[in-house]
Write a protein that binds this ligand. Structure first.
Ligand code: PLP
Length: 456
């Protein structure tokens, strides 16, 4: 089944991730993307789409960058593969040095993985071993936030707070506990409308969890700078400052999971810089190569590396493809593009324009909230704006899977309509997008959401 139409083969042989395959058994066609350029992608039938999600929060520098493809080819020809298990190669060394240059504080030690979930997994294992080596062997538990997504390996899944993703795989790794996230739109009544009070309350929830579990047993807190799952929750003012203090008070490591937020998504190389805090560990992946080759990293502070630098032991952890030469070389070329084209500056400058454009949608009855930072926004859909009443599970299913996902694509916009929390449309275009793309996104959403309101 070659040629341009691989629909049958996709249905019969490809196991698509997080995909309800019955959709395709029932006659649905698998969208097959074949080409990209800038903010656009084309499918096998030649239809053009605006990429409103940068693939999957990945393609920061845009599609079709020849220099990234050529860098990959050059590196593969020179040294396609060598492990970084007691050996090294130039691109991994150069990339580690360059990332350390961009991180805040003393986060100078880069442990490469092949993706985000592995980075999260690595961070939990490091936290456990670090405390064992430094005389606090009972510290092993982790705290994370409700509805947050941190990946699918079983450790990362235990940290993940999306109930639907967890239940089929229980029992999960023990020792992972959840606290409320920073969904200001649905803040508890006593702090609603006061962002600072909400931020204090949300950070204090972490401290209460540490105290409830016992500070001697808690190793780390995992948080995204802006939480994606649930619909884009930026931190309220003061949240991270307070969280940092709480972590310091109880000797709990603060892990900034920047798998989505790093590499310009919030307008800086690392998003902790955008919100003014220094974590103990950063996990990152997705945008590091703009998707031209897979790689991830766990970046740890000097303090965490110290027992491994000076002691007789090693971090007993690694991946065959961690720090792959091709990916590391592509990441360097990707960072060159960031610097040459000022992508972070562009995001900081254009973010208010993007926000203002999306906020026009607030005049629609179905749009309850528009929120986000940088080039990363969520639009929450509601049944009743005045009361913020959300849709029932059945309505949400009809709205998102039954209508929105397909209707948006049919209208030429690739993005995500998601209901891991309340229903949201997620937007995170390539960082080269500008006002023309923002307007197009707004217009397509306006048309499709207007129709959705009539149908629901
Ligand atoms: N952490 C966060 C915040 C993520 O958004 C993701 C993926 O979306 C992951 C971890 C897992 O990354 P990966 O899919 O590369 O394993």
């Amino acid at each position: 089944p070659r040629g341009t139409d691989r629909t049958d083969a996709a249905r019969d042989h490809l196991w698509m991730h997080f995909t309800r395959h019955s959709t395709y058994e029932d006659g649905g066609r698998v969208p097959i993307m074949v080409r990209g350029e800038g903010c656009r992608v084309w499918d096998a039938d030649g239809r053009e789409y605006l990429d409103g999600l940068a693939g999957l929060f990945v393609v920061q520098a845009g599609h079709g960058r020849r220099e990234l493809a050529e860098t990959a080819a050059r590196q593969a020809a020179e040294l396609a593969y060598f492990p970084i298990w007691s050996y090294a190669h130039p691109s991994a060394i150069d990339l580690a040095e360059r990332l350390a240059h961009h991180t805040p504080g003393d986060l100078n030690r880069v442990f490469f993985t092949t993706g985000g979930g592995e980075a999260v997994e690595s961070a939990w294992k490091l936290a456990k071993q670090y405390f064992k080596l430094t005389g606090k062997p009972t510290k092993h538990k982790v705290i994370s936030r409700q509805v947050a997504y941190h990946g699918t390996p079983q450790g990362a899944l235990a940290i993940t707070g999306v109930p639907d993703l967890r239940v089929p795989y229980e029992p999960l790794v023990p020792g992972a506990f959840k606290v409320p996230n920073t969904n200001a739109y649905r803040a508890p009544e006593h702090v609603a409308g006061d962002l600072k009070a909400f931020g204090r309350w949300a950070a204090d929830q972490v401290e209460q969890a540490i105290l409830a579990e016992g500070p001697d047993s808690v190793a780390a807190v995992f948080v995204e700078p802006v939480q994606n799952a649930g619909g884009c929750f930026p931190p309220p003012p003061g949240y991270f400052e307070r969280l940092r203090q709480i972590c310091d008070r109880h000797d709990v490591l603060l892990v900034s999971d920047e798998v989505i937020c790093a590499f310009g998504r919030i307008g800086n190389m690392f998003a902790c810089e955008s919100f003014g805090y220094v974590p103990d560990i950063i996990t990152c992946a997705k945008g590091m190569t703009s998707g031209y080759s897979p790689i991830g990293a766990m970046i740890a502070s000097d303090r965490l590396f110290e027992p491994f630098r000076s002691g007789a032991t090693s971090f007993l952890h690694g991946y065959t493809f961690g720090g792959h030469p091709v990916s590391a070389a592509v990441a360097m070329a990707n960072l060159d593009i960031f610097e040459r084209e000022g992508l972070n500056e562009h995001v900081r400058e254009q973010s208010p324009v993007f926000r203002a454009t999306l906020e026009k949608l607030l005049d629609l009855p179905i749009v309850g909230d528009v929120r986000g930072e940088g080039f990363f926004f969520g639009i929450e859909l509601v049944k009743d704006k005045a009361t913020k009443e959300t849709f029932t599970a059945e309505e949400s299913e009809r709205l998102l899977r039954g209508f929105l996902s397909k209707a948006l694509l049919d209208a030429g916009l690739y993005c995500r309509a998601d209901d891991r929390g309340d229903p949201v449309v997620q937007l995170s275009p390539p960082l080269v997008a500008g006002p023309a793309e923002f307007d197009e996104i707004e217009q397509i959403l306006r048309g499709v959401l207007t129709e959705a309101w009539v149908r629901i």
